[in-house]
Design a protein around this ligand. Structure first.
Ligand SMILES: C[S@@+](CC[C@H](N)C(=O)[O-])C[C@H]1O[C@@H](n2cnc3c(N)ncnc32)[C@H](O)[C@@H]1O
Length: 173
């Protein structure tokens, strides 16, 4: 099973119709669409206009999606309420001219802001693509930060192949 399938299976029981959730990297809109089906409201960020267009198209039949075309480090400008679950699906938008890969230092800032917006017992789901340029550095920076701050990793997932993506599920105490 790939990481996206794992993530969807894992989080399905964790979200319900009263929950506000956020997709920090909307991309093609697959995670946003999944969240829209089960949550009350979905905030979805992407820095790429093309990603926002694709996500808008994909979630067109849902009126509970708030698409935000901005860098996710600015999340606190848009979200003023507690969030049940965040998804970070790092890396770049596949098959796009306007490729913008996530950057380790920005991901760290966005992660901390997300953590402070999380409700008690809320979740952050983060998938690292260590085979991409810069992906390993991003993984090690975040991993180190998570360990130093004793954020609670309750599950990890990876297919046992060289450089396959790694998913962490983090729960706020
Ligand atoms: C792997 S894709 C996300 C896949 C997506 N979750 C899906 O279901 O299709 C990563 C996305 O992160 C976006 N991105 C990169 N840096 C960003 C940033 N600083 N803020 C917001 N989005 C960013 C890229 O534009 C790209 O669309």
């Amino acid at each position: 099973m790939n990481n996206n399938t794992f993530v969807h299976k894992y989080i399905r029981p964790l979200i319900g119709k009263d929950d506000i959730v956020a997709d920090m990297t909307a991309g093609n809109g697959s995670d946003t669409l999944f969240l829209a089906r089960y949550a009350k409201t979905v905030y979805a960020f992407d820095i790429s206009e093309e990603a926002i267009r694709r996500s808008r198209e994909k979630t067109a039949e849902y009126d509970n999606v708030i698409l935000i075309h901005d860098n996710h480090i600015n999340i606190d400008r848009y979200i003023k309420e507690k969030i049940r679950l965040f998804i970070f699906n790092l890396g770049y938008l596949p098959s796009s001219q306007e490729t913008r890969i996530t950057k380790a230092e920005e991901t760290l800032i966005a992660f901390d802001k997300a953590y402070s917006l999380l409700e008690e017992k809320g979740y952050i789901v983060i998938t690292f693509y260590i085979g991409h340029k810069g992906g390993k550095d991003e993984y090690y920076l975040l991993k180190d930060h998570i360990n130093k701050n004793r954020f609670q990793i309750i599950e990890t997932y990876s297919q046992n192949k060289i450089d396959s993506p790694i998913t962490y599920i983090i729960r706020k105490n």
